[in-house]
Design a protein around this ligand. Structure first.
Ligand code: ADP
Length: 469
């Protein structure tokens, strides 16, 4: 079976969040179980891409707004475990950042049109187009209804929602960017009077999934305006939990760590990595080290941190270390706390992949008070590194973390509120004080299997259910 994954991000080429990790891992694991998966993504003019050599694989012209744009398909030789193709469209997908440009809607539409043109012109035989998030949500629509892509009408498409908060809406005044499509099918593009690529993907893909079962259920109640649509389409919807790439995320082999460790030497391994972090960030290695890694946004509950940190740190019983960037007002409030809590609180505001690995290894607890968490990868990386997740029961966090009070290995709370998280902090202190139990449980977490093996198979079962006989 030939699967084409289409995504805006893919680790290690371009990563903004979990989407990249998933698209960089799932195809590898699928290739191991006999499915031929490859990835096509936009070209980015970023440091990773510029440092590598790329073979010019194909080229053609794409017509947008009556102007011809040269499309180059570049192929990498990166030993990723799957074939990878970059779509370089002059003026659209030749910029440094993945997102954040005023014309993102046009860039991603051009990318999607170019992908379908490329597959057509290159005569690839694809059994399933697997589209990821709203940046590729128009592909199932174009395959079903665009005149020029009618040859794809009977080819199945799967649409994976990694995050329904972002829907990529743009106005109907840009409808002229689309190729001719079946009369009257503009309704598929429409949600509340705008072109909504996420809604279009949900309506027109053959199957839709979210990256955890609980998130799918939650979306039927709260989905940034798409609740009714997801309830209406529920028969073709399901949840498949993400996995983690255990080649990249393994404390025994991770080159970012000062000391590698496995279950048998977890105690000395974590101690050495914690000591390094505490030294680097001026923290007290005798206190529990609670860390946060992620985007500093409302979705992640990061707006609660200034109050939570001030309350917790004033009690003097834990260290807090933060790695992240995001909304300016959250960053500046968190910065303001730094002078008051020197020696037990520090933060690195930015993106640093290596430091993230070091924190998963050196921290005792990972904090995730998310308001929305479609799956969440951090808690699974933490478990693999023997670090206790402290999570709000939502989305994938509810599917992957069991509270120590229920015989599990994490600390869970129900609300994204200062009170609930402060109470969780008190539980952290209590749990850490009982070192025998704490060590026993954290050792156990390293055994929990969240590798892609199971989920990759679930996707294959999903593809197989779409086979046309
Ligand atoms: P989301 O995709 O919503 O941001 P996920 O939990 O699915 O959240 O994935 C987050 C990924 O991004 C993890 O691999 C995490 O380690 C990484 N990450 C997030 N922020 C940073 C940062 N500032 N530096 C390094 N890695 C980060």
């Amino acid at each position: 079976m030939n699967i084409l994954h289409i995504s805006a991000e893919c680790f290690p080429i371009a990563k903004v969040g979990g989407l990249a990790d998933v698209v960089g891992a799932l195809p590898q694991y699928q290739n191991k179980i006999g499915v031929k998966s490859k990835v096509v993504m936009p070209y980015y003019n970023n440091a990773f891409v510029k440092k590598r050599t790329w073979e010019k694989y194909f080229s053609f012209d794409l017509n947008i707004e009556n102007q011809r744009h040269t499309v180059e398909i570049l192929k990498g030789n990166l030993k990723l475990g799957f074939e990878l193709f970059l779509v370089k469209i002059k003026g659209f997908t030749d910029r440094e950042e993945v997102y954040g440009y005023d014309d993102d809607y046009k860039r991603f539409l051009a990318f999607q049109l170019a992908v379908l043109d490329f597959v057509t012109k290159n005569k690839w035989s694809i059994d399933v187009f697997h589209c990821h998030d709203h940046h590729t949500g128009l592909i199932p629509f174009l395959m079903s209804y665009a005149d020029k892509f009618q040859h794809f009408k009977n080819t199945p498409s799967v649409f994976t929602i990694h995050n329904a908060q972002y829907q990529g809406q743009f106005g109907f005044e840009y409808l002229h960017l689309f190729p001719e499509f079946e009369n009257g099918r503009g309704d598929i593009l429409d949600w509340n009077g705008t072109i909504n690529p996420l809604a279009a993907g949900i309506k027109s893909a053959w199957k839709v999934n979210t990256v955890s079962p609980t998130y799918m259920e939650e979306l039927k109640l709260k989905a940034n305006g798409l609740e009714k649509l997801l309830s209406y389409e529920s028969e073709k919807c399901m949840g498949i939990l993400n996995g983690i790439d255990t080649k990249v995320w393994d404390a025994a082999t991770d080159r970012a760590l000062v000391k590698n460790y496995a279950q048998n030497n977890i105690q000395s391994g974590k101690k050495a990595n914690k000591r390094m972090l505490c030294k680097k960030f001026n923290l007290d290695e005798n206190k529990p080290l609670v860390a946060f890694i992620g985007r500093l946004v409302y979705e992640k509950g990061a707006d609660l941190f200034p109050d939570i940190f001030a309350d917790t740190l004033s009690k003097g019983r834990v260290n807090i270390l933060l790695l992240g960037s995001g909304q300016d007002h959250i960053e500046s409030e968190l910065r303001l706390l730094l002078p008051s809590f020197q020696g037990c609180y520090n933060a690195y505001f930015g993106y640093d992949e290596q430091l993230a690995h070091q924190i998963y290894a050196g921290a005792d607890f990972i904090l995730m008070p998310s308001r929305v968490e479609p799956c969440g990868l951090n808690q699974m990386y933490a478990l693999k590194y023997g670090t206790i997740p402290v999570v709000r029961r939502t989305g994938g966090l509810a599917d992957t973390v069991i509270d120590i009070g229920d015989g599990g290995f994490g600390i869970c709370h129900n609300h994204a509120s200062v009170d609930d998280v402060c109470h969780a902090m008190d539980r952290i202190v209590e749990f850490y004080e009982d070192q025998i139990n704490f060590r026993k449980i954290r050792k156990k977490t390293m055994r929990i299997d969240h590798s892609w093996v199971k989920s990759a198979k679930e996707y294959v079962t999903l593809y197989e259910s779409l086979k046309i006989n």
